[in-house]
Design a protein around this ligand. Structure first.
Ligand SMILES: NC(=O)c1ccc[n+]([C@@H]2O[C@H](COP(=O)([O-])OP(=O)(O)OC[C@H]3O[C@@H](n4cnc5c(N)ncnc54)[C@H](O)[C@@H]3O)[C@@H](O)[C@H]2O)c1
Length: 240
């Protein structure tokens, strides 16, 4: 599938990855539409809380009135979150909060389910052979201190594989991207220097990835028509 001329919907398009994804798709000739909570002063931007099914449905309907179709959906919105299951340093509240577990599973997993189910229904009704790309993470294989985030990111891989089987007969492909540690503001914010050093030591390539490495994987996932149910690990070999 050639990226030129496609209508691509990017969730979380105002964030670090999102902005780079939008730029790379636009320079490849796609028309990009962004859904995010964060305000953006752009014509192709829709402010929406992706946890709210009604808001997402209304927004997708408005996008379709303006653009008529959505060929590619990139479920990129998310938020990293760390909390140990048992925190022995905090005897008053040792257990992981269930509220925060639900909140971060909702932000990282439910958002993709809500948006995809709405967009895919439109694709099927309009007989569009589209692509769904889910932004998972290296944490999907299990990361100590990240129960909610890891469970949600593993859930995204399960949805990718399930949809690849269920939607293949409509010609709709599903692909997951699983980035390792990429040099972005959210990574610097989430990781202290000690953890960064440890990660670099354990990454065969001995470096953090660049946002560019992610945007190239997205172009590849869109363009390769035989890719379906695949997880593209972009992690410098850390998970091998
Ligand atoms: N940065 C990394 O190294 C890295 C590594 C692995 C995976 N990821 C994943 O890649 C994606 C993008 O990461 P990033 O570094 O660009 O993060 P980011 O925080 O810069 O961007 C995330 C965007 O999602 C939006 N968002 C969050 N919740 C939302 C909601 N309920 N409704 C609408 N918008 C919402 C935010 O407003 C933000 O603009 C995330 O899913 C993240 O988990 C990032």
């Amino acid at each position: 599938m050639n990226v030129k001329g496609l209508i691509v919907l990017v969730t979380g398009g105002a964030g670090n990855f999102g902005q780079a994804i939008v730029k790379s798709l636009e320079s490849s000739g796609a028309s990009v539409v962004i859904m995010d909570l964060h305000e953006l002063n752009k014509e192709n931007y829709y402010k929406v809380d992706l946890c709210n099914e009604q808001q997402v449905e209304e927004t997708v309907n408005s996008i379709l009135i303006k653009y008529n179709r959505i060929d590619v959906l990139i479920n990129n919105a998310g938020a990293i979150y760390s909390e140990p299951l048992i925190n022995i340093m905090n005897p008053k509240q040792m257990r992981h909060s269930y509220d925060s577990f639900k909140k971060y599973v909702q932000i990282n997993l439910d958002t993709a389910f809500i948006t995809s189910s709405i967009v895919i229904e439109k694709m099927v009704r309009k007989r569009i052979k589209g692509v769904i790309i889910n932004m998972s993470s290296i944490s999907a294989v299990g990361n100590a201190g990240q129960s909610a985030y890891s469970a949600a990111k593993a859930g995204l891989i399960a949805l990718t594989k399930t949809w690849s089987k269920e939607l293949g007969s409509f010609g709709i492909r599903s692909v997951a991207i699983a980035p390792g540690f990429i040099d972005t503001e959210s990574t610097s914010f989430a990781l202290n220097d000690g953890i960064k050093k440890h990660l670099l030591k354990n990454t065969p390539l001995k470096k953090l990835g660049k946002v560019d490495d992610i945007t190239k994987s997205i172009l590849f996932a869109i363009e390769n028509d035989f890719l379906n149910g695949t997880v593209i690990d972009v992690d410098g070999g850390l998970t091998i």
